[in-house]
Design a protein around this ligand. Structure first.
Ligand code: PMP
Length: 371
């Protein structure tokens, strides 16, 4: 069996060790004679799984006891509605428009209250993170926002906030779906972070929400219309078991969290991720054929977006790479081009393979132009 180099943006590569562990336990979890998928979520066996998964995540990130951890369903997209339904008490929130998913989030939020865009990079086709100084100024001059919302890493455009906005008393809410656990999170800087699991945390179907308890203790802001499932206080009270949770997904996330702990934690993960990203960006910067599309000051360490001079050549490169065991390089359908996602399970050797493939393709184009 050969596994390919999978640079997909999500669902994406999982650590091989984790896949082996899951395989080994699949038919008989912890001598129960059952797969974990067949175990009742109300059993003590499963209670131990979800408790240990949460404990492992708390150790990894260093989550203070004043924050609640929820394991929900509905993907990151359901949180676009759950956030305003729970947190829009004054019916007014600030959003930074930095790409496709912050746009989806602000559209959803505007169904429940007033959304003000306090920073945008739409005018440069989302190639960068909007000016932080301007955002900070807007937030400090106006104390009336329920929260400031950012998409911390823009999966589609390959940009990320390397520095967070300073938002004083306004809670910062961040979609960290595509940078979750790729580096340490300074959790106390946020009111809430959330992530769909399918990039760095586990299989699709689980969404992790980490929220400061005081923001939810009086129940949802829009209590009259907030579905019970999306009520953070209720979910926290029920230990993410208001209904049947995604038992397998949470179990698999737990395996990934333990793997990160075993392999050095989030600082080590960040060092590895920066080394991988530097290697690929350097290759793109030195290339005459490929070029990175994100402004160098805003480059993501997890999603590297690039292109050639034409969509035909991009397609040709995708095929060329596929023949060499490299998959997942197609850019998001909204913008085309090329993208390599360098999540935690991708090792430096895979990035070296990709860089060699870029060089080989470029050399083949040069020689075909000469002949
Ligand atoms: N936010 C970001 C940053 C994403 O990358 C994605 C999915 N790629 C989403 C939200 C939407 O996630 P889901 O499909 O889990 O709803």
């Amino acid at each position: 069996m050969t596994r390919i180099c999978n640079f997909s943006a999500g669902p994406s590569a999982l650590p091989e060790d984790v896949l082996h562990e899951i395989k080994d336990e699949l038919l008989d979890y912890a001598h129960t004679g059952m797969s974990i998928m067949e175990v009742s979520h109300r059993s003590s066996i499963y209670r131990d799984v979800i408790d240990e998964t949460e404990a492992s995540l708390r150790r990894l990130i260093g989550i203070p006891s004043s924050y609640r951890v929820l394991f929900l369903q509905g993907g990151a997209s359901l949180q676009f509605a759950a956030i305003p339904l729970n947190l829009m008490r004054g019916k007014r929130a600030a959003y930074v428009l930095s790409g496709l998913f912050s746009d989806k989030a602000q559209r959803e939020a505007s169904r429940y209250g007033t959304v003000e865009i306090v920073g945008s990079s739409e005018d440069t086709a989302f190639d960068r993170i909007p000016d932080l100084g301007q955002i900070d100024q807007r937030i400090s001059a106006d104390g009336g926002f329920d929260y400031l919302y950012i998409c911390q890493n823009n999966t589609v455009y390959g940009t990320m906030f390397d520095v967070l906005p300073t938002c004083r008393n306004t809670p910062l809410v961040a979609d960290v779906s595509s940078c979750f656990l790729s580096a340490p999170h300074e959790i106390e800087r946020y009111g809430l972070i959330f992530a769909g699991a399918q990039k760095n945390a586990g299989p699709a179907g689980t969404t992790i929400v980490i929220v400061r308890e005081d923001l939810i203790e009086t129940g949802p802001a829009c209590a009259d219309i907030c579905p019970s499932y999306m009520d953070y206080r209720l979910q926290a009270h029920k230990g993410s078991m208001f209904n049947t949770p995604n038992t397998f997904g949470i179990y698999a996330c737990g395996k990934v969290f333990s793997w990160i702990e075993r392999t050095g934690g989030l600082e080590a993960m960040e060092r590895r991720n920066r080394a991988k990203a530097d290697l690929l960006y350097r290759a793109l910067d030195e290339s005459a054929l490929f070029h990175g599309t994100a402004d160098p000051g805003s480059r993501s360490i997890t999603n590297v977006t690039f292109r050639t001079e034409s969509s035909e050549l991009d397609e040709a490169f995708i095929e060329f790479a596929r023949l060499r065991g490299i998959e997942g390089l197609k850019g998001h359908r909204a913008i085309g081009g090329l993208r390599a996602s360098l999540y935690n399970a991708i090792d430096l050797a895979s990035v070296n393979t990709l860089v060699a493939c870029l060089h080989e393709f470029e050399a083949s184009k040069r020689s075909s132009m000469r002949s």
